[in-house]
Write a new protein. Structure first.
Length: 264
């Protein structure tokens, strides 16, 4: 699987390179976003419980930065499949040698690299605005990042499987993305929500990921302190990965049986 993954990564890199203005606009949008959060944080003084992980500026900057990983993992597969549908290359792509699941999974590689660069730019700009980071455990940070990407990539792959059958776009990821933004602790801690919604947020993977990221980067957590969040994300992975590996081949068989891969 090394050469198909390399070929897909090179393809996506060349496509991104042909749209150089997009990189400039993305960087400008990142600068504007961090500036917005900085001045908003100067006008906000949170007093409710749940704000113990740094100032509001650090809280929301890290929340929105790592929400980018979530959106990337949720939406990339559906976007790439839709692009191949419109260009008429989906049938050829999925008919290539190798596992279709792994071929589609390889399409995440460039977006993962690009999103990592954007997160680095976001954090770098925030440092210029006075954000102070205190990294506790580099190993914990790498493990948390890996589990976060795998968890949401599995969810995105399972959701995008429906695109093979229904053609007009899968309806799950926009709803899930909005739910995560509301309950995931991106802009405010779930503890400020009504009790029912606060309890519901504990059934989502994003609060655990963000709690761990903020603890590692703002409070100098050790690996031992972040273990509960790592364990929760590992549990989500154990459920979502098998679901994705079952759903995608199943939908692919249906699409092949009814000749849906060559239409959109």
């Amino acid at each position: 699987m090394l050469w198909p993954a390399r070929a897909i990564l090179l393809r996506d890199f060349r496509i991104a390179l042909s749209y150089r203005l997009n990189a400039v606009l993305t960087l400008a949008g990142t600068l504007f976003g961090v500036t917005l959060w900085y001045f908003l944080s100067r006008a906000v003084s949170p007093t409710s419980s749940g704000w113990d992980q740094g100032s509001y500026f650090g809280y929301v900057v890290l929340g929105t930065a790592f929400l980018g990983y979530v959106n990337m993992a949720l939406h990339t597969f559906g976007q790439k499949l839709k692009q191949d549908q419109l260009t008429g290359t989906l049938e050829v792509f999925l008919g290539s040698p190798g596992s279709p699941v792994l071929l589609v999974a390889a399409s995440l590689l460039w977006d993962l690299v690009a999103q990592t660069l954007q997160v680095a730019a976001t954090v770098g700009i925030a440092l210029l605005f006075g954000l102070r980071l205190h990294l506790g455990s580099p190993l914990g940070l790498l493990l948390l990042l890996a589990l976060t990407v795998v968890t949401f990539a599995a969810l995105g792959l399972a959701a995008s499987s429906l695109l093979l059958v229904f053609k007009r776009g899968e309806p799950i990821t926009p709803f899930v993305g909005g739910l995560f933004a509301l309950l995931g602790g991106v802009f405010f801690p779930p503890s400020v929500l009504p009790p029912l919604l606060a309890s519901l947020s504990r059934l989502l993977p994003l609060p655990y990921a963000l709690e761990g990221f903020r603890g590692l980067l703002l409070e100098e957590w050790t690996l031992r302190q972040v273990l509960p969040d790592l364990g929760a994300l590992a549990l989500f992975c154990a459920v979502l990965l098998p679901t994705a590996f079952v759903a995608f081949p199943l939908c692919l068989r249906v699409a092949r049986r009814y000749g849906l891969l060559s239409t959109y």
